[in-house]
Design a protein around this ligand. Structure first.
Ligand SMILES: Cc1cc2nc3c(=O)[nH]c(=O)nc-3n(C[C@H](O)[C@H](O)[C@H](O)COP(=O)(O)O)c2cc1C
Length: 184
């Protein structure tokens, strides 16, 4: 039986950005997506502005986005055409700025980033691959969802089951000895 610290450490350190090329043909059930999004909205947020909104793209929506992506980045046309449809779903990440509370943009942006990390960790717990894609094509594509003037797309969060046995990542981190200053 793992301790709570072992469990959270395991999720944080085993979370990886898993791209749609690695996804397998297995739908992500709606209750799972709902749980991922519910954990997202439990993120910390200054002044409780809850500055997020999400749009879930599935099915035909992903096919349509593939056409846009392929046209946008023509060099990888064939790959990108079918790329989004490999996902169980793609969540459009929207920052919705508060119009009532005085708060700087970065504080609301940081809250949305916390929400996305909650999504990523929840996906890890479900053995679902995911990653945040902030490509220009994603951001521009989101304009078709008629965002309000106080809303801004921060990218897409891809989700999909993947073959865990085959996936490896060589990405490492620079240790805290180089990143942390201790003052006493
Ligand atoms: C705000 C944000 C935007 C990102 N946008 C992209 C992106 O557009 N394309 C991409 O391939 N990865 C994107 N990533 C994922 C990073 O490439 C990834 O986190 C990094 O390479 C570290 O790998 P890991 O997540 O597997 O540890 C983004 C991550 C964050 C936090």
């Amino acid at each position: 039986m793992m301790t709570k610290v072992e469990m959270i450490t395991d999720l944080i350190r085993n979370r990886r950005s898993i791209f749609a090329d690695y996804y397998i043909d297995k739908p992500v059930p709606k209750p799972v997506i709902e749980e991922v999004l519910t954990n997202a909205i439990w993120a910390p947020n200054y002044k409780m502005t809850q500055p997020w909104r999400f749009i879930v793209l599935q099915g035909e929506q992903l096919t349509q986005f593939g056409v846009y992506l392929a046209e946008y980045y023509k060099t990888q046309y064939e790959r990108l055409l079918h790329y989004p449809a490999r996902a169980g779903c793609v969540v459009v990440i929207i920052m919705r700025r508060s119009t009532k509370v005085e708060i700087t943009e970065w504080e609301e942006l940081a809250a949305v980033a916390c929400a996305v990390q909650n999504m990523a960790l929840t996906c890890t717990a479900y053995d679902i691959g995911g990653y945040w894609d902030s490509c220009a094509a994603c951001i521009e594509y989101a304009a078709r969802f008629e965002l309000a003037p106080n809303e801004r797309c921060l990218g897409f969060f891809y989700m999909g089951y993947y073959n865990m046995a085959e996936y490896t990542s060589s990405k490492r981190r620079t240790g805290i000895e180089k990143k942390v200053t201790w003052l006493t």
